[in-house]
Design a protein around this ligand. Structure first.
Ligand code: ZN
Length: 134
């Protein structure tokens, strides 16, 4: 793994939280993007080499809606950048980690992503992400 690419924070309202985090960081989000397949709207703040991702549910049955219903707003996942996501998925699977998706899927911000089940990572939802190069 190369670095912490971003930290994902589950929020009830991306509009209200964009305002709040703009005040907190004294900068605007550089993008807001809906990821239809995940049932979320996301926004990203650049913080040096790392980013903060805010996530708001757009569907009641999305993972973010369930997370907020159960635990309230807060840190949802930590994302690590990897060079070769398929290779890393195979390595981690062989090490006994549970992958939540068996093939990389398209995430926000031009990334291929895979999540690791928090039961195998001390309760922390881990996202692997690899930049899509064309
Ligand atoms: Zn993320």
């Amino acid at each position: 793994m190369l670095k912490v690419e971003h930290i994902g924070i589950a929020v009830k309202s991306i509009e209200a939280s964009n305002e709040l985090f703009t005040k907190l960081f004294a900068r605007e989000p550089y993008k807001t993007e809906e990821v239809e397949s995940e049932g979320v709207t996301t926004s990203f703040f650049q913080m040096g080499e790392t980013k903060i991702e805010l996530l708001e549910a757009t569907k009641e049955d999305s993972a973010i809606a369930k997370f907020i219903a159960k635990r309230g707003e807060g840190i949802h996942h930590i994302a690590y950048e990897v060079e070769d996501i398929e290779k890393e998925m195979e390595r981690l699977s062989n090490e006994g980690f549970t992958l939540l998706n068996q093939t990389p899927k398209k995430g926000a911000d031009n990334k291929l992503v895979c999540f690791l089940h928090p039961k195998t990572t001390n309760g922390v939802l881990i996202e692997l992400c690899q930049e899509i190069k064309e």
